[in-house]
Design a binder for this molecule. Structure first.
Ligand code: MG
Length: 393
């Protein structure tokens, strides 16, 4: 039997701010853009008591809690602690799959004989995160990813929930069906209209009827999850820290041009965050999720590390050219994103390439754009990019 841990740091960005400034401890802290159109990136549990949540517009958060302290995002500091966090996780298993800076799956099946059973490893990880990083982790232990992920969330903050193999069904079934992966607003409405409100309701419903209403892919996917069947394994990535951006569409997209334009905008945003954090990336990953939930990633290593939006965009668009996109079920795109990985500090020593002058120009252009944007607002600054056919570049 497999033992999977899902480890998730509590209110990560806000917790780091409270760690670094003791004055902020015990107070409502919001991390995010302070500008009029800024949003909440993270908030402390003290702030959550006022109903503040991630992704909420900042003006709304301030309306709910005018006394909250707003801190800017310090991605370089979070990346540093994230690195230390993943170093700890790596001591418990080589099978670590990072989902974001502060969240990962671990397959500890092979470690149990040496390090103790799943719950013991979970407790040890929590203790080390507390002692060595000064942060709090919540952990879920379960035989499948789906249950482990929910288990880490359910007793937050400072949670530890263990779901033994023979408890998976009893754990999942009373939960609301919105906890099932892949249930967005549209699917939720359909399930609700069928009178299904819990995961157990979905599990007991005839699969044929689910398929009739939701289509084959979604119907079978939800039926399997609801019965505690999740065959996805923990996929270790060589590097886990990345800066990325992705968007889910209201309507599925099958137009490459539309996706390329989106990637350009995403690349500029990612490049901006890299420069803000004084980082460069050595690899670019394109993420595509199709309308049948199939997700693929394509990756390309750059000739030299970069924080140039143009380079990142070009690389992502080249990757996009090699991906199947068709106007038919299963080949339309529901989500598109890119992430910059293999990060290194911008002042890291590095080999000079023959295109050094061009590359530096690209990064300086980025710096200039950042300064102008800071001064005049983002809307005034638009990079003039020529969309070239990747095949004749
Ligand atoms: Mg977290």
């Amino acid at each position: 039997m497999t033992t999977i841990l899902h480890v998730d740091l509590d209110a990560f960005y806000a917790a780091v701010e409270q760690l670094d400034d003791p004055e902020l401890r015990g107070r409502p802290v919001i991390v995010g853009g302070a500008a009029r159109r800024g949003v909440v990136s993270s908030c402390s549990y003290e702030a959550r008591k006022f109903g503040i949540r991630s992704a909420m517009p900042m003006w709304e958060a301030m309306r709910r809690c005018p006394s909250a302290v707003v801190m800017p995002v310090r991605m370089d500091r979070y990346a540093e602690l994230s690195h230390a966090f993943f170093t700890i996780l790596g001591d418990f298993s080589p099978e670590v799959e990072g989902l974001s800076l502060d969240e990962a799956f671990l397959d500890v099946t092979a470690s149990e004989r040496l390090l103790g059973d799943g719950p013991t490893i979970a407790r040890t990880i929590k203790q080390r995160v507390r002692d060595e990083l000064g942060l709090v982790a919540s952990v879920g232990v379960a035989p499948i990813k789906f249950a482990a992920k929910i288990a880490s969330d359910i007793d937050k903050p400072d949670g530890l929930r263990v779901v033994l193999p023979d408890q998976v069904i009893a754990f999942l079934h009373p939960l609301p069906m919105t906890r099932l992966w892949g249930v967005g607003e549209a699917t939720r409405e359909i399930l609700a209209s069928m009178g299904l409100s819990t995961i157990g309701d979905v599990a007991r419903y005839p699969v044929n009827a689910l398929v009739n209403r939701l289509g084959a892919a979604t119907g079978h996917h939800l039926a399997a999850l609801a019965r505690g069947e999740d065959h996805r394994t923990v996929v270790a990535e060589s590097e886990t820290v990345s800066v990325g951006h992705q968007e889910t569409f209201d309507d599925d997209v099958d137009d490459r041009g539309e996706l390329a334009v989106l990637l350009l905008a995403q690349a500029d945003r990612v490049a901006h965050r890299l420069r803000e954090s004084n980082l460069r990336a050595r690899a670019v990953v394109l993420i595509i999720k199709y309308d049948d939930f199939r997700q693929i990633t394509r990756r390309s290593t750059l000739d030299s590390a970069s924080s140039d939006g143009g380079v990142i965009a070009r690389t992502a668009i080249e990757l996009l050219a090699k991906v199947t996109i068709e106007p038919c079920k299963g080949a339309r795109v529901r989500l598109c994103g890119l992430s910059a990985t293999n990060l290194e500090p911008r002042d890291a020593p590095r080999q000079l390439g023959f295109d050094e002058a061009t590359r530096e120009k690209g990064e300086r252009l980025g710096d200039t754009m950042d300064k102008l944007a800071a001064k005049f607002g983002k809307a005034t600054i638009r990079r003039a990019v020529h969309l070239v056919d990747p095949d004749d570049d």
